[in-house]
Design a protein around this ligand. Structure first.
Ligand SMILES: C[S@@+](CC[C@H](N)C(=O)[O-])C[C@H]1O[C@@H](n2cnc3c(N)ncnc32)[C@H](O)[C@@H]1O
Length: 419
């Protein structure tokens, strides 16, 4: 997934919040029971108390959500994701690696987009795949399914995961839900909803877990281009622009590609997410304390954030507390074993989709939170503080970043919003 803002060119009213539209008609009979459960209650069977409760608890679909779904009706965003071969090929490899858990089984693809992952699952032998998407791209997904003669297997449901009805339990949930900095866009909540509504006990979730990292970075070229540039513009001293330049360049987080050479020391785990156990409430706000020791003398320009996701079988780490300490979201600054971020050679080991600076680039790049002014770090100098990532109250798909950092006897606070 990439950020939707680049495509948020307004929105129109669609089916958000109402019962799902199943695209196409060839599977009508199969879904007969499901469609009887129309949420308006007219003409269908009586809705049980439990179902009424569930419906009342469903989160409302806001104007922001509608704009978000509308952004995904633009083909460009899907083209970018599909052309990201690291992303798409890792998902396909993971599906093949877990083929024995998919063959003959029922799958839900949460946010199917063009339907690509649903079709991979059908090719892997799934008995039935519910391909759910609230965006109008679902209409095209259904055409793709038909053109590939998969209408008997892949059922496209055009609606929110929170609203659609699936009248059976499922064996597998697959979803590509990750936003910039992992949690931007807040789509993981919809995967949790799907899990809690439909996944059989012992079912499989792909990806199974995710880890968000941060590390201090030096980036003199970037600082030079955006800030030092104003010191001498065609021989004119435009230093008067410096404060404004810092504000304009660094007020918001920047999505850009850095390399391992920009990173000053080992990363710190901000949050480990176990997709089998994480709750929606846990995602509202994530706080971690960090302490880094710079491995070199260099100007420190800010922090980079990146993530990886792992495609392992169910419940490798049944609870967060059972996760290995380097991946548990603790505040330690222990080195991360590089092999944990790599696709593993042994096919019995979990595949990893990494967006780390030292790994091949993806469309997620890295997210940089720059300081307004660099800190000149000596080798072994400490920098410590805390970071809180929280869903914006205004629009839960935005992320507030509260960063505190202290080094060399000075301390700072930076607030920013990822919109
Ligand atoms: C990152 S795209 C992934 C598309 C496709 N699975 C792929 O891998 O190319 C996420 C998709 O999820 C859809 N989506 C996000 N939240 C959803 C929800 N709550 N219900 C249904 N669809 C959702 C979006 O409309 C978007 O098409």
């Amino acid at each position: 997934m990439s950020g939707s803002t680049g495509y948020s060119n307004g929105y129109h009213l669609q089916q958000c919040g109402s019962s799902e539209k199943r695209v196409g008609t060839s599977q009508r009979e199969r879904l007969r029971k499901a469609s009887r459960k129309s949420r308006d209650g007219r003409g269908g069977p009586r809705v049980s108390y439990d179902e009424q409760q569930q419906q009342q608890e469903r989160p409302p679909c806001t104007d922001f959500d509608m704009a978000y779904f509308h952004s995904y009706s633009h083909l460009g965003i899907h083209e970018e994701m599909i052309k990201d071969r690291v992303r798409t090929e890792t998902y396909r490899a993971a599906i093949l690696q877990h083929q024995s858990s998919i063959e003959g089984k029922v799958v839900v693809d949460v946010g199917c987009g063009t339907g690509i992952l649903s079709i991979f699952c059908a090719h892997a032998g799934a008995k039935r795949v519910y391909a759910v998407d609230a965006s109008d791209i679902a209409v095209q997904a259904n055409e793709v399914v038909k053109a590939n003669n998969l209408s008997d297997t892949v059922i496209v449901l055009h609606g929110r995961v929170e609203d659609v009805e699936i009248d059976e339990e499922v064996d597998v949930i697959i979803s590509e839900w990750m936003g910039y900095m992992l949690l931007y866009e807040s789509m993981l909540g919809s995967v949790i909803t799907a899990r809690d509504r439909w996944l059989k006990p012992g079912g499989l979730i792909l990806p199974s877990n995710a880890t968000l990292y941060m590390a201090p970075v030096t980036h003199p070229d970037r600082y030079g281009e955006s800030i030092d540039f104003w010191r001498n513009v065609y021989g004119i001293d435009m230093s008067a622009m410096l404060q404004l330049a810092k504000q304009c360049a660094f007020e918001e987080p920047c999505v850009e590609t850095i390399t391992g050479e920009n990173v000053l020391t080992w990363p710190h785990v901000v949050k480990h997410v176990d997709c089998y156990t994480i709750t929606i409430q846990e995602l509202e706000s994530v706080t971690t304390r960090y302490k880094f020791k710079s491995m070199m003398r260099a100007p420190l320009h800010g922090f980079a954030f990146w993530f990886d996701v792992e495609f392992s079988g169910p419940a490798i780490y049944p609870t967060n507390s059972d996760a290995p300490s380097s991946l548990s979201g603790s505040s330690s600054n222990s080195p991360i074993d590089g092999s944990q971020r790599k696709k593993r050679a042994n096919p019995n080991e979990a595949l990893v989709l990494s967006t780390a600076p030292e790994d091949p680039p993806t469309h997620w790049q890295q997210t940089l939170v720059y300081f307004y002014d660099p800190i000149e770090m000596e080798q072994d100098q400490l920098i410590e503080g805390s970071v809180t990532l929280s869903q914006s109250k205004e629009n839960s798909r935005f992320m507030n970043i509260h960063l505190e950092y202290a080094s060399g006897g000075r301390s700072f606070v930076k607030e920013s919003v990822m919109r």
